[in-house]
Design a protein around this ligand. Sequence first.
Ligand SMILES: [Fe+2]
Ligand SMILES: [Fe+2]
Length: 382
Amino acid sequence: MSEFRVTTETQEAPFTTSTEVIYQWNYDPEVEELRRLYVKAAEAQWVSERDLDWERDIDMGLFESTPLGLGLPIQETSYWRGLPAQKRLELTRKTAAFRLSNFLHGEQGALMVASQLVNAVPHTDAKFYAATQTMDEARHVEVFAKYIEKLDEIQPIAVPLKKVLDDTLQTGDWLKKLVGMQIVVEGLALFSFRDMRNLTEEPLLKDLLTYVARDESRHHAYGVQYVERCVPQLSASHLEELEDFALDAARTLIDARRSSTLFSSVLEIWTNAGLDAAELLESAGKELPDILAKQNKKRRLGPVQGFVIPTLRRCGLLSDRVATHYHEMLAANLSPSVAGEDLEDFLSRIPDLPEDTAAWVLSELQEDELELPAGVSAQPTA
Ligand SMILES: [Fe+2]
Ligand SMILES: [Fe+2]
């Protein structure tokens, strides 16, 4: 145990946010669906120490099945398979430590945003729900930190994620906080957790992600149900601001035309571990269409197109104005045959949100949605 200090070496310099505080004197249920969600959340509380078996060592034999998170089966390429087994495992471990570290730091951001929402949202039911989310997020921080320490070591937060968290913490508009956190960040997280949970065969990681993903599906539902209720009451200019806030966050996280994205960070990790990233991407670009065809798999939509955009549409935050920007961004990052040839084509490809996100997040991955286009680049699915 280290000595107790008020100021520690690991803490960052404080910054000021403009969160407002609202008392609400009506304690009766007012937003029934949020009240129900709050009860569900209270019933579904779990305890890391009690419910997960931390005595188990991480099964490194099974760990290699953990996905790299690029949305493509890089592990099937000849370049990757030609690497010595030890190297492959090291790369998988480093990549997972990076991804899990960013999940972890994202959870800290969610913890703080959820607690801000307790102060800022105007309805009692919404304050209650944000309180249960705050508790959930504390647990998520706890379990990710613990798992990474077993696996490798905690890596610093990626620059783009830090920016989105800072912006979401700093805005004074609680609706922007909901859009930034519950819709964009947690939408992306839900998609990644589902992917990792489905594909990894490492038992402790699978168990942990099952618990976390179940909580996250409620957090996302909170954002959807609350924002959807509010949208019809907002001015046109406020709606535009919310749309832009979401777009900005999505761009920061996935637009590869910007200097730094989560994808470029993964490539950097690989390069540092001695891998020739350019050669890997080249072999991936050539081989992936065949690999996917042989597996009889179709390319799934990525987290933005497949989940965040459907969420925004459901909430009433996808005007043609902002949809045009999304299409332009996705077309630049993927091929137009994935993003859609034009706005109309893009809009026609947006799937409906799953009826029951809690069931969806725990369901097997579907081979669905889009055919892999010929000549796909090995860029991340966006
Ligand atoms: Fe979380
Ligand atoms: Fe969450």
